[in-house]
Design a protein around this ligand. Structure first.
Ligand code: FCB
Length: 509
């Protein structure tokens, strides 16, 4: 069950295992707590009030981007074609027992060959933005050195075709597929990886920056370092608290360096990151739980944002294991990046409470940062088990708007898994997906009406694809993919979204 998938430090590694590490590693600094000033995000929101339903018609600002999102490993296939190197996801998926049903991304949606079909889907849906990712090992097969020209050609063709279709190419530079050679050299816990990343970014921007203006440096840093280095359920499958802590800091350094690499090549490019965010609500009205909700917000939502925007780790934490994280003097200047927009990936909310003394000795997360986080269970669940709670969209967008002085926001992902299949005549009726996006968009519309500066919404996903450790068992697409024939068919939700995009509004529900 992936209810906790995005929950930073949710590992059940015992505190005993932590205690076995040299204590000097956990020297750190105390950080003053500002948690008492928390506002809306920590207000219990138990009511799914009608304003978060779909009753009113909502118009979006002129020029609002209607998009979808995908990621290279989840759709491309062609895993070893045209000089592409092995990625950590290739290695992980080829390892028995890591992915549900033994699925792999070797072929996935075959977008490496069928990208024209993908763009045709987007045209049919009247879309104006496509967030897709570049596979690092397609560009640099072993993570450093010269570019693989065939890899660059592939993305170049996709970009040209998007522009021709009047669809904005919105390019993610890292959506989890690190070249395996870099993992062999230490992966994200190795500080050198930050420099490697900046070199790779520079190569991509040199190749595509004449046509691409909008860049997402990382997709969900907290998810890939947590699941990849602490939980071990995603590539590269490590389970080490120390590697995890180091990786978080190296990724923050890479974010700063990557930002500067884009700007050096293209000063006017717009650069951001897609953070996985989840409004953190206290489990009760007690002061302890409210403080815990602030800590949850700190480690779930802004761990990779505060170092970029403010040159520090979140203040709501009482303790920061600086030594274990490998923080060196001068680093917090290097992590700084004046992001042009904040990308929000939003799926569900988090309920936070203060752990008891016993619990703190069992869970690493609760030992290091005293907060217990759970999914919520009041709203209906999607097929992957995540709670549908449209107000979470409003809450997180308003919180970011308030806390960061009305930044430009892009909803870089939101979506739901429903496994509706074609009926006898091949039509895919997926009314629950329509309701989901309708309600999340209505909540977003309300945030915009109250002052949030949101420029676009990207449905996860354009089409059903390889859902990481869940393989092909979860369908998030607006288009159905038959994984035997690789044929794509637009679902009812895709047709509905086409209308929303064309009219620039969600109608009364
Ligand atoms: C997000 C990931 C994306 C996809 C969706 C369902 O966390 O960024 O690749 O797996 O979840």
């Amino acid at each position: 069950m992936r209810l906790t998938r995005r929950h930073f430090l949710q590992s059940a590694l015992s505190a005993g295992a932590v205690a076995a590490l040299p204590t000097t590693l956990f020297s750190g600094c105390s950080v003053s707590s500002k948690a008492g000033t928390a506002t809306a995000a920590s207000t219990p929101a138990r009511q799914f009030s009608s304003s978060f339903g779909s009753s009113a018609e909502i118009a979006f600002p002129k020029g609002f981007f209607w998009g979808t999102a995908t990621a290279a490993y989840q759709i491309e296939g062609g895993w070893n074609e045209d000089g592409k190197g092995e990625s950590i996801w290739d290695r992980f998926a080829h390892t028995l027992g890591k992915i549900k049903n033994g699925d792999t991304g070797d072929v996935a949606c075959d977008s490496y060959h069928r990208w024209r079909d993908d763009i045709a889907l987007m045209r049919a849906m009247n879309l104006t933005s496509y967030r897709f990712s570049i596979s690092w090992p397609r560009i640099q097969p072993s993570g450093s050195g010269a570019v693989n020209p065939k890899g660059v050609d592939y993305y170049s063709r996709v970009v040209d075709a998007l522009l021709e279709a009047h669809i904005r190419p919105f390019v993610t530079l890292y959506h989890w597929d690190l070249p395996q050679a870099l993992e062999d050299a230490g992966g994200w816990p190795n500080r050198d990886t930050a420099g490697r990343f900046a070199d790779y970014v520079q190569l991509v921007v040199q190749a595509l920056g004449d046509r691409v203006s909008d860049w997402v440096l990382f997709n969900e840093p907290d998810a890939f370092v947590d699941l990849g280095y602490l939980e071990g359920t995603h590539a590269p499958g490590r389970k080490s608290l120390l590697d995890f802590l180091r990786a978080t800091h190296v990724v923050n350094l890479a974010l700063g360096e990557g930002f500067r690499a884009v700007k050096a090549a293209r000063p006017r490019a717009r650069v951001g990151t897609a953070f996985s965010m989840s409004p953190c609500e206290p489990a009760s009205n007690s002061e302890e739980d409210k403080l815990a909700a602030e800590r949850a917000h700190a480690i779930t939502n802004i761990w990779f944002l505060e170092p970029a925007l403010r040159g520090r780790y979140p203040e709501a934490l009482t303790f920061l294991p600086e030594t274990a994280m490998g923080i060196r003097s001068g680093d917090m200047e290097k992590t700084r990046a004046a992001l042009d927009f904040i990308g929000i990936n939003l799926y569900y909310r988090t309920i936070a409470s203060a752990p008891g003394a016993m619990e703190r000795t069992v869970h690493t997360q609760e030992w290091l940062f005293p907060v217990k986080m759970d999914g919520a269970h009041e709203g209906p669940r999607t097929d992957i088990g995540w709670e549908v709670w449209p107000k979470s969209m409003y809450d997180i967008v308003m919180r970011v708007t308030r806390d960061y002085n009305r930044p430009v926001i892009e909803i870089t992902e939101s979506g739901c898994s429903y496994n509706d299949a074609p009926d006898a005549s091949g039509v895919i009726h997926d009314p629950r997906r329509i309701s989901y996006h309708h309600a999340y968009l209505a909540a977003l519309g309300r945030a915009i009406a109250e002052g949030a500066d949101v420029r676009g919404y990207h449905v996860w996903s354009l089409m059903d694809n390889f859902e990481w450790a869940d393989g092909f068992s979860q369908r998030f697409g607006l288009a159905y993919v038959d994984f035997k024939t690789l044929k794509r068919t637009i679902k009812d939700s895709g047709r509905w979204y086409a209308k929303v995009a064309a009219e620039n509004r969600v109608g009364a529900g």
